[in-house]
Design a protein around this ligand. Structure first.
Ligand SMILES: [Zn+2]
Ligand SMILES: [Zn+2]
Length: 215
């Protein structure tokens, strides 16, 4: 297989780190696909969980090369500190990595966003996540996740284009969080759609207990 052009950042990083998924013969892309779909006896993972899975894989690969411990609790706490630049331990862990000859900033640079992972799965690998028979709650949650991921994907395209045109420098470095709010037509109170799902109403003053009117 030609290694000349990688499909996207996920492909590039996988090649650069020469990621192999361990004992099995499966390629990394096969593993990503199976894990996302929850097929071939893998538990189903969301694309966000797959991002963490991939990143820890990067860490494990570099750590092994540099003789740093890859014990799960150690790796996990390093990972949390590396990915969160605000974390108290961020700089401590980066300089500790440096003593082992590992460039933590570079690792962080190579991390991919959930939107990139989603695009790699759906566009590069052309995987379609079929809706299985699910409970209503799961299916609603998946629809919401789908809408949010798609929005994140389009927004990240937009940000890249702003950055490329010089409109907004470093726009693509920004973290994007898509939150959907529903607004009460009466008083314009806004409530997060996930909160609405949990509490069962948009506005407690104007959109509650509709059944009282109909009885
Ligand atoms: Zn890709
Ligand atoms: Zn209201």
């Amino acid at each position: 297989m030609s290694k000349a052009d990688s499909c996207c950042k996920v492909g590039r990083v996988a090649e650069e780190y020469d990621l192999s998924p361990g004992l099995s013969d499966e390629t990394l892309d096969e593993q990503l696909k199976y894990r996302w779909l929850g097929s071939e006896e893998y538990p189903e993972m969301s694309h966000r969980t797959l991002v963490d899975w991939l990143h820890k894989h990067l860490l494990r690969t570099r750590y092994t090369e540099h003789g740093r411990s890859t014990l799960e609790p150690h790796l996990e706490s390093d990972y949390e500190a590396i990915k969160d630049a605000e974390s108290d331990n961020h700089h401590a862990v980066l300089s500790d990595l440096e003593t082992d000859g590992i460039d933590g900033e570079k690792l962080l640079d190579d991390f991919v966003s959930p939107a990139t992972m989603y695009r790699h799965l759906t566009e590069c690998l052309d995987v379609e996540k079929r809706r299985k028979q699910q409970s209503d709650a799961t299916s609603d949650r998946n629809k919401l996740e789908y809408v949010e991921s798609t929005a994140e994907m389009y927004i990240s395209d937009l940000l890249s284009s702003w950055e490329n045109k010089g409109k907004v420098p470093h726009a693509s470095d920004a973290d994007t969080t898509v939150r959907i709010y529903l607004e009460c037509p009466e008083c314009a109170k806004q409530t997060n759609i996930r909160t609405v799902q949990q509490q069962g109403y948009v506005c407690e003053d104007h959109m509650l207990a509709q059944s009282e009117h109909s009885t």
